[in-house]
Design a protein. Sequence first.
Length: 310
Amino acid sequence: MDLTTLLPWAMFGGITFGVWALMTMFGAKESRVTERLDEIRNPTLRDKQRSKKQGVAAMIESAAPALSKALQPKTELEQNELRIRMATAGFNNPEAPQLYLAIKFSMLILGALAGGGFGLLMYGPTQNGFTAIALAAGAGFYLPELVLKFVVSSRKQKIFLALPDALDLLVVCVEAGLGLDAALRRVTEEMGDATAALTGEFNLCLMQLQMGRQRREVLHDLGVRTGVDDVKSLVAILIQADKFGSSIAQALRVQSDAMRVKRRQIAEEKAQKTAVQMLFPLVLFIFPGIFVVLVGPAAIRMIDQLLTEK
């Protein structure tokens, strides 16, 4: 066997050994005997060991600082934008941006390894083999970005659809005499898991209010986290009502009516688009069948008459 045949196998073996070494280094842990001795010396370690993550999650979390260092945003503005994107997707953990960047870097390495193994085995050390490495690495790098965009879009849609019902219930609670905090708590209890995205944000607001944060800051953070325009307008109205001392019930009633009008306009817009959108499936799928049914028998008769005349 010549060097050209052995080189792809040697590179594949080296890459496999490197991945195994990294997994062994980050996934290694102490023996159970050593852990028990540490727990005897320090009893507080028992609770920490119970809540400690195991397996791949623990390995990724321990390796996240090193993996995310290369992709860490340079400016504070970029860091804030990344935190807002993660919060909009529903990841409010302070370590979420670091884990996200670590996952992107890991997917880049895994994509390069997979593309390298496939490209070198199929094409060898040629231009096509290195092209496969670059394409696989790029796909692995941008895959978490696409997943994050999908999660953000899906969560925004869920909040947008659940907001009118929550706002109507909030109006009823406030007009019945409850305060804003008690009304939010009542909404989260009544709606529950049916609108987990919105009720989760309300629960986070209530927890921040109980910790002593100002209501204006909590409401402002709610609008920034969700990223939904209707929530931002609702938050602006509540902040103005709290600032100027006006009636919160009246402000919520006005916002509820405005949202109802907006939803009606969106429904009318979609209804007007239906005629144009139905044109393409009609032309592609329905009209050919109708054409065959109507014109087919006449075409067959014309062919028979032409054959009989000849």
